[in-house]
Design a protein around this ligand. Sequence first.
Ligand SMILES: Nc1nc2c([nH]c(=O)n2[C@H]2C[C@H](O)[C@@H](COP(=O)(O)OP(=O)(O)OP(=O)(O)O)O2)c(=O)[nH]1
Length: 137
Amino acid sequence: METQQRRMLLVAACALVDSDNRILLAQRPQGKELAGLWEFPGGKVEQGETPEETLIRELQEELGITTRIPCLAPLTFASHTYESFHLLMPLYICRRYEGIPVGQEGQAIKWVRSRDLRNYPMPPADEPLIPFLQDLL
Ligand SMILES: Nc1nc2c([nH]c(=O)n2[C@H]2C[C@H](O)[C@@H](COP(=O)(O)OP(=O)(O)OP(=O)(O)O)O2)c(=O)[nH]1
């Protein structure tokens, strides 16, 4: 068997859920990898951060909302091999936050019912996460 060295990339992601049980998806901007696909807000865990700290930072930077560690509950995770890295992505769920999410970097956002998630093309790593959200919501 051929083995290939790939770096492990740790990304924290969040299913933000509103009082109507809809989930927020954000569209990846043009020019980035996987542009145009719909994803859960989040980003790379930087040196010295916990995944929860990453999410608090990213939710503020990307959507302009504020949340706290006790409001982030682990739901499941993605483990997916991309061409140049292996993605390990814990998915949290968050129902309590302050502010109204608005794409701070010009990205489109959308509140989506769990049964409609498959209508929004997502990165390949996200596909196995959908049933968890559909079971829950
Ligand atoms: N935030 C997020 N990233 C995802 C999801 N699914 C998925 O494969 N990814 C991948 C895409 C990217 O390779 C990586 C997230 O990194 P990122 O969003 O912080 O980085 P980026 O590519 O925007 O690059 P950068 O400019 O922030 O460095 O994880 C998802 O649902 N949410």
